[in-house]
Design a protein around this ligand. Structure first.
Ligand code: KG4
Ligand code: ZN
Length: 346
């Protein structure tokens, strides 16, 4: 077998998206994501509803991914799965399904850390597109619904977390601000949309002074909450009438906090290869600010395609590929882990 063409089926079910992808080596053949509407009105993911929806979605999602890739399940060389971090009930569905398939097809399993996968999504090769991955070492600002981290990436599996949030994640902050304005879940993309129509200087939110390369977003969330609450006392339609300015000002502050810290990390390490990853990497304000910082500081920046920012299985597959090359297979008795750290040499 030419290892550069190994066929990896990847499964991701850590939160509220049921995802499957097929890769041939580092080349993506298919990438299927089934979102879950059930959480829309709850202001966040309801874990029990998420795992039930995963159970309904997983068989058709995997089936479609194989069909789109044009391969039969017998042709798969290995099955990569998200072991964690994530919601236990959601992870269990993907892990159990992958195990059953592994036994049925007699193919090895490869376990993947979801946060490492967000970072390594930069190494997915998209058919027909230029392939321009970061060079090692690079810094990755990983910003999602559950995490906000600055990671020094020395090699595929040699990563060190230099800083992270002490409370809320950046995506969580976006979602909570949206909820305060009674926007549906997930609010991040909506805040982004309305921000484009507003004035980022209309409201001045404070910058938290957090030591080193760590972050905090809970103070910002509280000042947003108080601003909207007080505004509503004077005018019950305050949030609605000022929606665009509120979104623009909030997004401006989140982005400036993120850019400040990644700039500090670049200065401290001397690394000028800068990547962003995770759901919040889809934010247009952050994408623009990173590109501007690149010009200012002579960085080379890596901004993922939209389909690789939010949760997807292509990123699980690329980690699967690099682990396959190292023959790093998982035991059939592996269990999911809601909290899964990645060590320096994971
Ligand atoms: O990586 P992801 O899909 O799931 C986790 O691993 O958490 O990230 C989801 C998060 C949500 O909080 C969502 O609101 C946020 O990413 N997000 C955005 C945007 N698109 C997704 N936040 C701000 N602007 C966006 N365009
Ligand atoms: Zn994620």
């Amino acid at each position: 077998m030419d290892e550069r063409n190994v066929k990896i089926l990847a499964i991701e079910s850590s939160c509220d998206d049921t995802c499957a992808a097929v890769l041939s080596g580092n080349l993506l053949l298919s990438n299927v994501v089934a979102g879950q509407q059930v959480h829309h009105d709850f202001g966040g993911v309801v874990p029990e509803l998420a795992s039930r929806a995963h159970q309904q979605n997983i068989v058709p999602v995997v089936d479609i991914a194989l069909k789109k890739a044009g391969i039969k399940k017998e042709e798969i060389d290995a099955i990569a799965l998200t072991r964690g971090p994530g919601l236990m009930g959601s992870l269990l569905v993907g892990v159990s399904f992958a195990k059953a398939l592994s036994i049925g097809l007699n193919k090895p399993l490869i376990e993947v850390n979801h946060m490492q996968a967000h970072i390594l999504s930069h190494f997915i090769r998209t058919p027909g597109e230029e392939f321009n991955p970061p060079s090692f070492p690079f810094l990755c600002l990983t910003v999602s619904g559950g995490h906000t981290q600055i990671v020094l990436v020395r090699d595929y599996f040699d990563m060190e977390i230099l800083g992270q949030t002490l409370d809320d994640a950046a995506g969580e902050a976006f979602d909570k601000a949206a909820k305060i304005m009674t926007l549906p879940y997930p609010g991040g993309p909506l805040v982004d949309k309305f921000a484009a129509l507003g004035n980022p200087k209309a409201f001045n939110f404070p910058t938290p002074h957090i030591p080193e390369l760590n972050f905090s977003f809970s103070g910002l969330k509280t000042s947003f909450l108080y601003l909207v609450r007080d505004g509503k006392l004077a005018n019950p339609n305050f949030a609605e009438e000022h929606k665009n300015d509120l979104c623009a000002s909030f997004q401006y502050r989140v982005v400036s906090i993120l850019i400040d810290k990644i700039t500090k990390a670049a200065q401290q390490t001397g690394v000028k290869e800068i990547a962003i990853a995770g759901g919040v990497a889809a934010n247009s304000g952050l994408r623009k600010a990173v590109a501007e910082a690149a010009d200012k500081y002579s960085w080379k920046v890596y901004i993922p395609k939209m389909q690789y920012c939010t949760d997807n299985a292509a990123m699980i597959g690329i980690v699967g590929y690099y682990k396959f090359l190292k023959k790093e297979f998982a035991d059939i008795d592996l269990v999911p882990k809601a909290r899964l750290e990645f060590s320096k040499k994971a």
